[in-house]
Design a binder for this molecule. Structure first.
Ligand code: ATP
Length: 228
């Protein structure tokens, strides 16, 4: 069953087009990889879905609700949890407080987040700005999970993180997939996404240049749409 559906979705910055007639589908329980070189429109697409960009046209439905004209906090309330590019954790709040501020009733609570990321339990009373980049990313994921989302979106899941932390994040994403959570992942690692993602979308200059399953991919497609 479809959870998120965008049809002919276009987005604009001060009138100039950044996303052009994108069709995009996330089925319940599936993991979607959104890939493309820098500046191709991945964040723009995510920001459209999350109600951060208002200058847009087309259709976006989430859980059968038309969300086209809703704004960010209304969409978050419907069950979309965002792990934004750059993490955006509250730097002057502790780990504990960062998790508390987004808490909504549901299966995810602080204990489960600390079970998922034991490192965060060690840092429970530390301020956000004293955490390493990897710990901030764990906290950002934890904070999104505390909203008990139906759909989790990660914009740059592992960008700039050490190999060890990246491995931990990928393991957590595999655990979340197993739990049945629907996830959209923006990341550059085709290798990691090959085992995790059920479906891929490649964006080139604001358009879907290719979409399909990993085993339908070939070197030519990778070279022309992803490699720099
Ligand atoms: P990256 O991997 O670098 O984050 P991306 O694929 O997420 O890139 P977007 O950030 O969505 O790409 O950018 C798509 C296009 O929109 C780019 O040409 C970018 O310069 C432009 N753009 C993004 N944000 C703005 C903005 N706030 N104002 C004007 N143009 C913008």
């Amino acid at each position: 069953m479809s959870l998120l559906e965008a049809k002919k979705l276009s987005a604009f910055y001060s009138g100039s087009i950044a996303l052009s007639e994108v069709d995009f589908l996330v089925n319940e329980g599936s993991v979607i990889a959104l890939m493309g070189r820098n500046g191709m429109g991945k964040t723009t697409l995510i920001h459209c879905v999350c109600g951060i960009i208002s200058e847009k046209s087309g259709l976006i439905k989430f859980n059968s609700v038309n969300i086209h004209d809703l704004i960010d906090f209304q969409i978050a309330k419907l069950g979309i949890g965002l792990v934004p590019e750059g993490r955006r954790i509250f730097s002057n709040l502790t780990v504990h407080e960062n998790l508390l501020v987004s808490a909504k009733k549901g299966e995810w609570n602080q204990k489960k987040i600390y079970d998922l990321f034991p490192r965060l339990l060690d840092r429970k009373y530390q301020l956000g700005n004293s955490l390493s980049g990897g710990e901030q990313q764990m906290l950002s994921i934890g904070r999104a999970l505390m909203t008990n989302p139906k759909l989790l979106i990660l914009d740059e899941a592992t960008e700039g993180l050490s190999p060890l932390i990246q491995k931990e994040i990928w393991n957590v994403l595999a655990t979340l997939k197993k739990s049945g959570l629907s996830i959209i992942i923006v990341d550059k690692s085709l290798e990691k996404l090959s085992t995790l993602a059920d479906h891929f979308y490649f964006l080139v200059k604001g358009k879907i240049a290719w979409s399909g399953k990993y085993d339908q991919l070939n070197d030519k497609l990778i070279k022309s749409h992803l490699l720099i």
